[in-house]
Design a protein around this ligand. Structure first.
Ligand SMILES: NC(=O)c1ccc[n+]([C@@H]2O[C@H](COP(=O)([O-])OP(=O)(O)OC[C@H]3O[C@@H](n4cnc5c(N)ncnc54)[C@H](OP(=O)(O)O)[C@@H]3O)[C@@H](O)[C@H]2O)c1
Length: 334
């Protein structure tokens, strides 16, 4: 039986996610409904993607009994309210990154999912790319020896995008871009908490971070560094350096289609989209969608690849980095 998806919001990433679902077999994945704050936006989305049920509120989607899992594609200040709405309605949830604005909100979402006994995952899609699966295999096999250093960058000019710069829309490079570097470092170091975090950054007049550079120190003299910026472009690659070799993730490191392991390159192309996409390699969201299906079939409440503990650790690290850089959201004061 197909996994029946409901789509919450008719924005850019919801479009790309729905296109990604179409790259998977129809007998495995179906989009059965879409909800947006305005009926006309939901209707336009439904027409484009041939979705039969259309709702003008997220509450109506939460009440639909024929949905197995809701994809939450709203901007991050609204992740908390949307996730709680659906978990309280006993719906499984895949929520876009960052799961919430801070660790306090993330805890509230995770508690709600646990209390309602539903599956919930932060949509850290990178982890499910074949290249990421291969990285984890290579590390487990000791291919590059003991990892000593990880470096990642994600810097793209986004100052023209309101949701990237306005504080009330959840703007800031760390929560939008830096999270990909943090999740990469965390994946390599198996969800370990760093011993120390040193961050420095530059803020926009709106009070959110434009650029951030971070040094993380882990146990056993292991380190990681990353930069993220919404102001400039960097190569946006990543590297894992070990005692016996290195793994390079060429750009785009957040949705990788190639790996260079000790100078040998392998390609991992993503499926072709049937409609134009808003973001790079978005059909690669099919891998996380299939992970959700497999978890639901197994009756799991969280993914072993992107577990709740990792979402909480990411949020705690983001909180600490923002504290050092001086970025405070209204959600931090509630
Ligand atoms: N995985 C990825 O590669 C990726 C890429 C881009 C973004 N994202 C994440 O996806 C989320 C959405 O990003 P996006 O680029 O798709 O954003 P977007 O198109 O600007 O907005 C998405 C939806 O959020 C709701 N929204 C927007 N502004 C709002 C406001 N002022 N008040 C209340 N709701 C508002 C709207 O829902 P309605 O349609 O219901 O009105 C809108 O369609 C973000 O959390 C972002 O971090 C992930």
């Amino acid at each position: 039986m197909a996994t029946r998806w409901g789509i919450c919001s008719a924005g850019k990433i919801s479009h790309d996610f729905t296109v990604a679902l179409k790259t998977l077999p129809a007998e495995d994945h179906q989009v059965v409904a879409v909800a947006a704050r305005k009926l006309e936006n939901a209707q336009e989305f439904a027409n484009k993607h041939s979705i039969s049920r259309v709702y003008s509120s997220y509450e109506e989607l939460a009440r639909d009994p024929d949905i197995d899992v809701v994809y939450v594609g709203v901007i991050h200040p609204y992740h908390l309210s949307a996730c709680k709405l659906f978990t309280n309605a006993k719906k499984n949830v895949l929520c876009e990154k960052p799961l919430a604005m801070n660790a306090k909100e993330v805890k509230e979402i995770l508690d709600s999912a646990k209390k309602n006994d539903v599956f919930l995952m932060e949509a850290v899609w990178t982890r499910f790319f074949p290249a990421s699966v291969q990285i984890r295999n290579l590390l487990a096999q000791g291919e590059i020896g003991e990892v000593k250093m990880v470096r990642a960058d994600f810097c793209v000019p986004l100052l023209h995008v309101p949701r990237s710069v306005q504080k009330d829309l959840g703007g800031g490079a760390l929560l939008d871009l830096g999270i990909y570097c943090l999740q990469f470092i965390s994946m390599v170091y198996n969800g370990e908490k760093p011993e120390s975090i040193q961050a420095s950054g530059i803020c926009l007049e709106t009070g959110v971070d434009e650029s951030v550079a971070v040094i993380l120190k882990y146990s056993k003299n292991r380190m990681a560094t990353f930069t993220c910026s919404a102001g400039v472009q960097l190569p946006n690659d990543a590297i894992i350096a070990g005692t016996k070799g290195k793994i390079q993730v060429p750009s785009p490191m957040w949705c990788p289609t190639s790996l260079v392991v000790n100078e040998k390159e392998t390609q991992y192309p993503v499926p072709e989209p049937h409609l134009p996409l808003n973001f790079t390699n978005s059909t690669g969201m099919c891998y996380e969608a299939e992970e959700v299906r497999q978890c639901l079939l197994k009756g799991l409440k969280e993914s072993p690849v992107m577990p709740h503990a990792d979402s909480l650790l990411l949020a705690e690290m983001e909180d600490e980095i923002r504290r050092q850089v001086g970025v405070v959201y209204s959600q931090d004061c509630q």
